[in-house]
Ligand binder design. Sequence first.
Ligand SMILES: Nc1ncnc2c1ncn2[C@@H]1O[C@H](COP(=O)(O)OP(=O)(O)O)[C@@H](O)[C@H]1O
Ligand SMILES: [Mg+2]
Length: 273
Amino acid sequence: MLDVRGLRKVYEGSGRRVEAVRDLTFTVAAGELVCLVGPSGCGKTTLLKCVGGLLEPTAGEVFLAGRRVAGPPPGMAFVFQEYGRSLFPWMRVGENVELPLKQKDLSRPRRRELVADALASVGLADAAGAYPWQLSGGMQQRVAIARALAYEPEVLLMDEPFAAVDAQTRADLEDLVRALWRERGITVLFVTHDIDEAVYLGQRVIVLSASPTVVREQLRIDLPDGRDQVHTRVAPRFAELRTHVYEQIQAAKHGAARVPSKEPQGADTPPTH
Ligand SMILES: Nc1ncnc2c1ncn2[C@@H]1O[C@H](COP(=O)(O)OP(=O)(O)O)[C@@H](O)[C@H]1O
Ligand SMILES: [Mg+2]
């Protein structure tokens, strides 16, 4: 579904040159939930913007279902970190969710149906008439998720969507993402700097190096599909996987070679450098 090949991004301007992403190659299969994890500043947002066609890569290409991405493709939806800036405060929740649908050739009743369905999916069936600023942070982020769902994307790109909400809300929203992914069969690329979140959510975790960024490792998360906050997080296998990812990221920060010693089964792809 997604094919990222040799992606490189160098920011230039104002006499400054930042090589944010050096060389990233990976694929995401249709219906897969993949987490990208890497240290802050390693280029995760840059990468996601290139994948979503919001930024032009310096080199390399992104393909969505075989078509080269050059500008935001119709089949993708984005959920950003800063929900406070992603919803329009002067529009009611229902109008915010409906807005992107106006680009599609849909009848008004069909749009209404999609909006109601998406809001119900995130547990906000009653909030359509409220303004975003009347809702808590976690509820606003649910609205942003509903807006993405209503659009019926093939691929959902999420950029640290829960970094700004409290821990309890975050746990609920993580479960919501997994539930929606399982129900709707969408392809999800979820970016986070949080190792536990990546391991808890993903079917696969792609570990990025520090900037200039390359893929350090891809790890299959062989936890059962039915995950829950209480049992999954105390499972010995969860601990093994998170420890492994943690070590990789620590080593990545210090520019060391990949940590091979305690590699769990499932580290199925060699590093690309
Ligand atoms: N518009 C920009 N112009 C110049 N440098 C940028 C720009 N956006 C990001 N960067 C730089 O690129 C690097 C990666 O940033 P970013 O993609 O936001 O990382 P992350 O999301 O992993 O924290 C950082 O060094 C950042 O300062
Ligand atoms: Mg970022």
